[in-house]
Structure formats: structure tokens, C-alpha cells
Write a protein that binds this ligand. Structure first.
Ligand SMILES: Nc1ncnc2c1ncn2[C@@H]1O[C@H](COP(=O)(O)OP(=O)(O)OP(=O)(O)O)[C@@H](O)[C@H]1O
Length: 435
């Protein structure tokens, strides 16, 4: 859990998302509130519920992006679900619980990655200790150890032969396999683990190797010892419960209190979602998960329905309302130029791998932004996503020819942009399919 202040969180989000100050502020406070809750003790800690957020704004203006970046910043498990998915035919009420199961799966992935990193450093330290022991023996004086440690770190002993004892993993180790219906995660059985347990503990063997090569063997050996599956699961459940963020998109589409023919009623879906948001316990294959402290960020355009069309109970559980505004041309220019890993930066980096030096003039960027705005107005407003389709089209030729143009410098100016998408964008019928 990060201990950034709300101001710091907003400034981190500013690196990736242009504008939308209110939404950034709201999520920053929500994240800080989690940290505050963690500082509390006993009953009070259990009483403090997250203040869930309702983001209102047209499509493609940064609602998901803000939430996803927030989760990344916090190292928190994150899932995005379309609320309308639950209005489909064949849906049964309990399906909403899958959201929580998915959140736990994401948590397992995150924690495993984190623990591998933790373990890597520790495994390396342990491995070094074992190499030292192999070199100088168990009873050497601290001074001797230190002097050998220095030589070891300077690489002076790399070619020296030593004997190390490592876990015997049989003939190269057998692969783990999935239990049908329980792919991945704790469902994986490791034959070697089972064998070694069945045989009353570890089987080891002595290997003769050089100091340099022993490291790989020992780091692997130590990592295996350190990465504890039960611990991964325990921490993942904890992360899902306390840090999890669920992004419920298209909540406006289930807001109207009328039924859609064929599918379950919208109100029914709201009723199914309600316990999750209010706090319930969901059974997962890893164990029960309490949803009380999961942060829900619901989002929708609310062009037709209004937040007040949601069930009162659900409205009450989404007390923080923020509006995101539609993006204008100036925003598109900033999205193209100022964000970290902006599309422009991505294309420049990609072309560089081919030895092509790509450059965009200011008027090219202005032109790209202008075309995106026009298309959003004439074809369909898809927000900043429009930049992707326009950019892809403009760079199509260069992308295709890049391998033959190693060493070339390509400058994209307004004329180039106009030539490649300008005319097309004026033809609304054609644009509908291509841009
Ligand atoms: N304000 C912004 N600044 C930078 N990039 C943005 C901004 N708004 C949108 N984008 C980019 O546009 C794409 C779509 O945005 P996002 O997924 O956040 O849309 P959304 O508002 O959640 O819409 P929807 O409800 O349809 O999912 C993302 O790739 C995102 O990077």
C-alpha cells in the first residue's frame, strides 16, 4: 500500500492523464483514506468503509485510465467489468461473484511477481553465503570470511572449483501440471514437491562446479525454498480484500428501472451487485473474501439515465460523484505530446528499432488533433481513442516500409497528415469504416 499524499497521487496521475482534475482528486482521496484506515486499530478499522466513487462522463475521456493508473500506483489488484455483461441472457445472479474471484486471481499474479522480486535479492544473499561457506568452511573467522567475500565480489574467485549441495530435482525436474478445472495458481501440482515430501523431506546431491556457475544453481535452490505458495495465497487474499479496486463500467446502462426484453432486469442486476458493494463474503477457490473494503469505482456517460435512476441503496453506496468533461482539441494536443509514453513517443521508439528516425512537427500534431476532433464530431465521439485510429492510419506506410528504410530520417508535417488522412476524414461515410 502506497503512502503517497493525495497531492502526490494527483501529480503521479498527471504524468499519464491530461485534465480531469476532479476525478483525480477523488481517487487520490480514496486511496489516501485506505492508508488512513490501515493506521487505525481494532474495531474502528473495521468500521471505516470505502467511499465509493461514481464517475460521470462521455466515453474515452480517461475514466478507466485514471482508475487503472491509480491501482498500478498503489500496487493494488484491479479488475474492470462492464455492468451490462450481467444483463445478458443466461446470466444467473451469482455470476457477479466472479468479479471478486477475478480480483483474487489478479492479486495472486501481483503478489507472486512481488514475492519473486523480494526473493531474488534474498536468494542472492543466501547463495553468496553458501558459496563462501563452500570456500572457507563453516568455522572460518569473520576476518577470513570478509576477505574472501571481497575477493568473491571482485570476481577473483570465479574460476575456483567448489562443491555445493543442492536439492535433487531428479533428471532435470519434472514439470508441474494443472488439475483440470483449476488451471494455474494453487491448482498446480509439483511432482517433485510431492516426491520429496513423500520421501520424508529433502533429497540433495553434491555438485562440483566453479564459483561463477554455482550462483545460478544456488539462487534457484534458494528461491524455491523462499517462495511459499501458502504465503502467496494469504497475501493475495489480503490484497484483494483491503486494496482491491473494482471498476464497474456502463453502470448507467443498468440504471433505468425498466426491463430489457429477454435478459434479466436491470434492477435485478443492481440488486445482485448491491451485496458486493455493501459488503459480503464471496467463496473463492483460495478461500473466502470479504468485500467490505474493496473500492468500487462505477462509471457511465448517463446520457439517457441519471444517477438518481439507480436503486437508492446503490446510490447511497456511491457517495462521491465526479464529472469528467469531454476532451477538446487542446487536450488532444497535450495527450499526444505531454503524457509519458504518449502515442507519439511510442511510434518514435518503435521506428527507432528499425533504424528510422521519426519526427513530428508541431503543425503535424495540431493537424492530428484537429482531425480527431472533427471525426469525433461527425462520425462518433469515442474520445481520446480516436487518436489511436488516426495515428495508425497516418503511420501505416512508414510502419510497412520501415525495415527497408534503415538510417532514414522521416519528418511528419501537417502536409503529410493531410495527405494521409485529411481527405479521408472529410468523407464521413468512408471514415466510419476506416478511421
Ligand atoms: N484525459 C486523458 N489523458 C490522456 N489520455 C487519455 C485521456 N482520456 C482518455 N485517454 C486515453 O484514451 C483511451 C481510452 O480512455 P479510457 O479507457 O479511460 O476511457 P473511459 O473514459 O473509461 O471510457 P469508457 O467508459 O468507454 O471505457 C486510453 O488509452 C487513454 O489512455
Amino acid at each position: 500500500m502506497s503512502n503517497f499524499s493525495p497531492r502526490e497521487i494527483v501529480s503521479e496521475l498527471d504524468r499519464f492523464i491530461i485534465g480531469q482534475k476532479d476525478a483525480k482528486r477523488a481517487v487520490a482521496i480514496a486511496l489516501r483514506n485506505r492508508w488512513r484506515r490501515q493506521q487505525l486499530e481494532g474495531q474502528m478499522r473495521e468500521e471505516v468503509m470505502p467511499k465509493n466513487i461514481l464517475m460521470i462522463g462521455p466515453t474515452g475521456v480517461g475514466k478507466t485510465e485514471i482508475s487503472r493508473r491509480l491501482a498500478k500506483l498503489a500496487g493494488a489488484p484491479f479488475v474492470k467489468v462492464e455492468a451490462t455483461k450481467f444483463t445478458e441472457v443466461g446470466y444467473v445472479g451469482r455470476d457477479v461473484e466472479q468479479i471478486v474471484r477475478d480480483l483474487v486471481e489478479v492479486g495472486i499474479g501481483l503478489i507472486r511477481e512481488k514475492m519473486r522480486e523480494d526473493v531474488k535479492a534474498r536468494a542472492h544473499v543466501n547463495a553468496e553465503e553458501r558459496v563462501l561457506e563452500a570456500l572457507v568452511g563453516k568455522t572460518a573467522s569473520p576476518a577470513t570470511r570478509d576477505s574472501f567475500k571481497k575477493k568473491l565480489r571482485d570476481g577473483e574467485l570465479d574460476d575456483k572449483e567448489i562443491e555445493v549441495e543442492v536439492a535433487d530435482t531428479g533428471t532435470g525436474g519434472m514439470p508441474g501440471f494443472d488439475i483440470p478445472g483449476m488451471p494455474g495458481g494453487v491448482g498446480v501440482l509439483n511432482i517433485n514437491d510431492m516426491l520429496s515430501k513423500a520421501m520424508g523431506g529433502k533429497r540433495t546431491k553434491t555438485r562440483k562446479t566453479t564459483v561463477k556457475e554455482s550462483y545460478n544453481l544456488l539462487i534457484q535452490d534458494e528461491s524455491d525454498k523462499l517462495l511459499d505458495q501458502d504465503e502467496v495465497v494469504r497475501r493475495a487474499l489480503e490484497a484483494a480484500e483491503n486494496d482491491g479496486i473494482v471498476f464497474l463500467d456502463e453502470i448507467d446502462k443498468i440504471a433505468a428501472r425498466s426491463d430489457i426484453s429477454g435478459g434479466p432486469s436491470r434492477e435485478g442486476v443492481q440488486r445482485d451487485l448491491l451485496p458486493l458493494v455493501e459488503g459480503t463474503t464471496v467463496a473463492t477457490k483460495y478461500g473466502p473474501v470479504k468485500t467490505d473494503h474493496i473500492l468500487f469505482i462505477a462509471s457511465g456517460a448517463f446520457h439517457v439515465s441519471k444517477p438518481s435512476d439507480l436503486l437508492p441503496e446503490l446510490q447511497g453506496r456511491l457517495p462521491i460523484r465526479v464529472e469528467l468533461r469531454a476532451l477538446e482539441k487542446a487536450d488532444f494536443v497535450r495527450i499526444l505530446t505531454e503524457t509519458e509514453a504518449s502515442l507519439i513517443k511510442q511510434y518514435i521508439a518503435l521506428m527507432k528499432t528499425e533504424g528510422v528516425d521519426l519526427e513530428f512537427t508541431d503543425d503535424a500534431i495540431d493537424s492530428l488533433a484537429g482531425i480527431a476532433v472533427d471525426l469525433n464530431a461527425t462520425v462518433e465521439n469515442i474520445g481520446a481513442r480516436r487518436l489511436q485510429t488516426v495515428m495508425e492510419r497516418v503511420l501505416d506506410d512508414i510502419s510497412y516500409e520501415a525495415p527497408d528504410r534503415n538510417g532514414a530520417k522521416v519528418t511528419i508535417d501537417a502536409a503529410y497528415v493531410q495527405k494521409h488522412v485529411g481527405d479521408l476524414s472529410k468523407n464521413t461515410d468512408l471514415s466510419r469504416f476506416i478511421l
